[in-house]
Design a protein around this ligand. Structure first.
Ligand code: FAD
Ligand code: NAP
Length: 337
């Protein structure tokens, strides 16, 4: 079957900021054959290409030229390995949160700290998603990609994905790979990660230490703290937590003794949300956008916002943090086009 391209497709429901955005052409990719067909079509009619999953890490402009391709490859396979390990292969189009839920029901553990992160499996390796002390790179064995240069699919081992803090080879080279499947090494034995304070606090007040209990606690904490994109448009954390050198950290600590920071490699990771909050931005509103009232790291769309407004607000915050703390913030979601 040939690919079906739709023209002038509204993307409002396909980006969690809820921005009004129109794709010149839109297509769903459900198989590797669809990818080959798309590639052939792009050979004939070269156009810009945006790959999209759930649109929860994107800031879209009003017009998106060329093709928007939603990666909708399905599939979930589990292979029992020696000991208690399980190799799980998920299609890029599978929904992230419901995949974790389904694995938990089957007694397969390891992803529960990353519950309720919106989006699809295929985007998880792109920025090496992470939450509550676990990053997806800690659980990935390999990532299957379609390489636009070599015109074929192959598996990239974890070590070749160049994973780093909210970063990977996929984020650094958007145009090189389309992720088709992700292979995880998980376990039938619980190895609970409870390093983050909200989880430790919950344990002190009686939370059982089990994957299901951690999953439930993470969902509860996130629902209390984060705006639901269905109600209030957002793309999660708008800025990455900056990692600074030991000496820069010591200078900052002398100036701001309460600064929130965690050791990261040879340096320190600063809590960007704390810095933005300290500067009084929480709850700030300008035009149709603002800073969430409970979480300073999250910029929100009150309904009429757009990319220009978010860009302007982010610029004001970044400049203020640079002037006050001498730290350059880096934006986490991708702006397109
Ligand atoms: P999209 O936004 O559709 O795409 C993101 C990027 O990946 C784009 O560059 C896109 O081109 C590319 N891409 C998508 N699919 C593919 C593919 N198959 N192959 C190659 N490239 C692809 N992130 C965290 O790390 N931790 C969190 O705790 C977290 N919490 C969040 C909470 C909220 C409320 C929101 C709105 C966002 C949060 N995020 C978090 C950010 C976001 O959910 C993740 O980055 C998620 O993995 C994005 O998935 P998506 O399918 O929506 O990707
Ligand atoms: P939080 O618990 O208020 O902590 C603030 C920041 O400090 C976090 O960003 C986290 O960094 C860091 N941190 C806290 N405890 C840490 C520890 N024990 N070791 C190392 N670093 C620690 O954070 P939050 O905003 O409520 O978010 C909770 C978790 O969900 C975090 O892991 C966060 O990354 C994740 N989250 C991510 C997004 C997103 O869009 N990227 C959105 C919402 C929530 P890290 O960010 O490196 O974990």
């Amino acid at each position: 079957m040939s690919l079906v391209f739709q023209r002038n497709v509204p993307l409002k429901a396909l980006n969690t900021f809820g921005f009004d955005s129109i794709a010149e052409r839109f297509v769903r990719l459900e198989s590797v054959d669809d990818i080959h067909a798309l590639h052939a079509s792009l050979d004939e009619n070269p156009s810009p290409l945006l790959l999209i999953g759930g649109g929860s890490n994107l800031v879209l402009g009003r017009q998106v030229p060329g093709v928007v391709a939603q990666v909708a490859i399905a599939g979930i396979e589990c292979e029992e390995l020696d000991g208690d390990r399980v190799r799980v292969t998920l299609g890029a189009g599978e929904e992230w949160h419901s995949s974790i839920e389904s694995l938990l029901r089957q007694g397969i553990y390891g992803l529960e700290n990353m519950a309720l992160i919106p989006g699809c499996v295929g985007a998880a390796p792109v920025q090496n998603i992470g939450a509550y002390g676990v990053e997806v790179k800690d659980r990935i064995e390999a990532v299957e990609v379609y390489d636009w240069q070599q015109r074929r699919c192959f598996w990239l081992k974890n070590a070749d994905c160049e994973f780093a803090y909210r970063d990977s080879v996929f984020k650094r080279h958007y145009d090189r790979y389309l992720i088709t499947r992700v292979r995880f090494l998980l376990s039938r034995v619980a190895e609970c990660v409870v390093t983050y304070k909200p989880l430790r606090d919950a344990i002190e007040t009686g939370l059982e230490v089990s994957p299901q209990a951690i999953f439930d606690a993470v969902c509860r904490i996130r629902r209390e703290k984060l705006p639901d994109p269905v109600v209030l448009g957002n793309a999660g954390s708008f800025f990455k937590n900056p990692v600074v050198s030991m000496s820069q950290y010591e200078t900052l600590k002398a100036k701001c003794p309460n600064i929130v920071a965690y050791a990261e490699g040879d340096g320190f990771k600063l809590a960007a949300g704390w810095m933005i909050d300290q500067r009084g931005w929480k709850g700030f509103r300008q035009e149709g956008v603002g800073v969430h009232e409970h979480q300073a790291l999250v910029l929100v769309n009150y309904g009429e916002g757009d990319r220009r407004q978010i860009e302007a607000l982010a610029g004001m915050i970044s400049e203020d943090i640079q002037v006050h703390f001498g730290v350059q913030l880096e934006i986490e979601p991708r702006f397109y086009p």
